[in-house]
Write a protein that binds this ligand. Structure first.
Ligand code: ADP
Length: 506
């Protein structure tokens, strides 16, 4: 009997999961690693530690499953996206810590590129915004700021990659320098229509071609892994960025299918098929995957504070002891009593993109209780997600409408939140039995490539529903609430930049 292993390299931990042919989890292992904050707004990881924890959990999960590398039919990789690693091809050593997706050090560089009038070219070719979030400016920072890096790059010695590249390089003992097209689409360097690195983008960011990995499909044998202490090589056959992998693992394989992950933040992706829909509503256009055919695309929107608002109730206000307690507290009242909580703690993401927004609570009265606040907090997660879906549908202009939303992530376990979400969206919200869809997507991409699973139809038929939440609120009520929500958001926008009258006079 053989198995598929998924390596799920996340922002705070490295995980590994062994699956059998039924798609069942046989074993799971996880290790956290250090978050490095050298300056305010900077976030780094030690790339060597990423590799060591990842290979460590791989070994651990195999022994947990009672198997060894020869029992593994294929390896799938999914990873934190955009995080940037640059290493020396000769020594295999990184020339700097990995710069993590959250890192804002290149904000000024992005503003300069915008001032040069380059934003529309980047948007058109890459589907992204000129934001420090993406890899391109992080790579340029390393080339500009690390002593000798440009010279090494010019001599062909340096390799750039997102975390998938770094893992494949190490697993293949330095013989393969690749990245899958979904990860490549987050770099600001890839033309998402051709699926190739683009000379105009490289020139604008002053990136030499010599550092770039080969772009490979998301499903297909791309390297032979020879893990330490393994006697035989194992094919690496699937790679995708974490959100794209979750979209695949949620079996959103056709245009019009969408998933939302409710973690610390929320990530919503809608499959748009073979069409890269350029957003007029400030969403991102991204490559979903390339699996056995042409490139497929997705629209993506993210909410910065999703489950984080529940953490704030717990740690900031102290009105709950543990995150799951929010459900009972919110259910202790029938409605929020017209209280609206906008958790713009660190600004607002799509579709507002306002770094200066700050949190707001509107509608407080003497009768407002902790229950009303808890309910308003849960509703805020659902309102923000509803705004993302509305933006996606507006961009689609009626093409492939979303008829149900598939959900995962820690906060998707909250039944009340899921019911509120279905009410606001007026479509069913569907929660699968498998909550870890990110690792599952990578396992499927890999298993399909080696014939472990025969077809997308076969894995689609293995997907099982835990619960469906049907909308039960009137459209008038939804319209009223969304209107009140937007009014609350309007008060949040730009707050950190606003001055009081007294300040204006001084
Ligand atoms: P991440 O991968 O971003 O760490 P997870 O998917 O593990 O996130 O989900 C954790 C988040 O979900 C936390 O922000 C937590 O507050 C929230 N959360 C966990 N359980 C619940 C629950 N029952 N109801 C609401 N939020 C929850």
């Amino acid at each position: 009997m053989s198995f598929v292993i998924a390596l799920d390299q996340g922002t705070t931990s490295s995980r590994a999961v062994v699956y059998d042919r039924a798609g069942t989890v046989v074993a799971f292992a996880q290790r956290e690693f250090e978050q490095i904050f050298p300056h305010p707004g900077w976030v780094e990881h030690d790339a060597a530690e990423i590799w060591e924890t990842q290979i460590g959990v791989a070994r651990e999960v195999l022994s947990g499953a009672g198997i060894d590398w020869p029992d593994v039919a294929a390896i799938g990789i999914t990873n934190q996206r955009e995080t940037t690693v640059v290493w020396d091809r000769e020594t295999g050593r990184p020339v700097h810590n990995a710069i993590v997706w959250q890192d804002r050090r290149t904000a000024q560089m992005c503003e300069q590129l915008v001032a040069l009038g380059l934003e529309s070219m980047f948007r058109e070719k890459t589907g992204l915004r000129l934001d420090p979030y993406f890899s391109g400016t992080k790579l340029r920072w390393i080339l500009d700021e690390v002593d000798g890096a440009r010279d090494l790059a010019d001599a062909g010695r340096l390799a750039f990659g997102t975390v998938d590249s770094w893992l494949v390089w190490n697993l293949s003992r330095g013989s393969r320098h690749v990245t899958d097209v979904s990860n490549a689409s987050r770099t600001l360097l890839l033309n998402i229509r051709s699926g190739q690195w683009d000379d105009d983008l490289l020139a604008a960011l002053e990136i030499p071609r010599s550092v770039l990995p080969e772009v490979v499909p998301s499903s297909g044998i791309v390297a032979e892994a020879v893990p330490p202490a393994a006697s035989a090589a194992v094919p690496i056959a699937g790679i995708a960025g974490d959100q794209q992998s979750a979209l695949f693992g949620q079996m959103c394989h056709r245009a019009g299918m969408a998933k939302n992950t409710y973690g610390t933040g929320c990530f919503m992706l809608k499959n748009t098929g073979h069409v890269p829909v350029v957003s007029n509503h400030d969403l991102l256009t991204t490559v979903a995957w390339q699996a056995g055919g042409a490139l497929e695309y997705a629209l993506e929107g993210s909410v910065f504070a999703g489950g984080a608002v529940v953490q704030w109730l717990r740690d900031g206000l102290g009105i709950i002891k543990a995150a799951p307690d929010v459900e009972a507290l919110a259910a202790s009242v029938e409605h929020s009593n017209d209280t609206f909580l906008v958790p713009a703690f660190t600004g607002l993401g799509a579709p507002h993109w306002d770094p200066h927004a700050r949190g707001t609570i509107t509608g407080l009265t003497r009768g407002t209780t902790a229950g009303h606040l808890a309910r308003a907090a849960l509703e805020s997660i659902a309102f923000q997600s509803a705004e993302l879906l509305a933006a996606m549908e507006a961009d689609a202009g009626g093409a492939s409408p979303v008829t149900e939303l598939r959900v995962d992530g820690g906060a998707a376990r909250n039944d009340l939140l899921m019911q509120i979400q279905a009410d606001l969206l007026q479509i069913p919200v569907v929660r699968p039995t498998v909550a870890e869809t990110t690792a599952l997507g990578a396992a499927y991409l890999a298993g399909l490539a080696v014939g472990y699973w025969r077809s997308v139809d076969e894995i689609d038929s293995m997907w099982q529903i835990d619960r469906v939440f049907e909308p039960s609120m009137s459209t008038d009520e939804v319209a009223y609430r969304m209107g009140r929500w937007r009014a609350a958001v309007a008060r949040s926008l730009g707050w950190a930049n606003q001055k009081s009258e007294a300040e204006d006079e001084s």
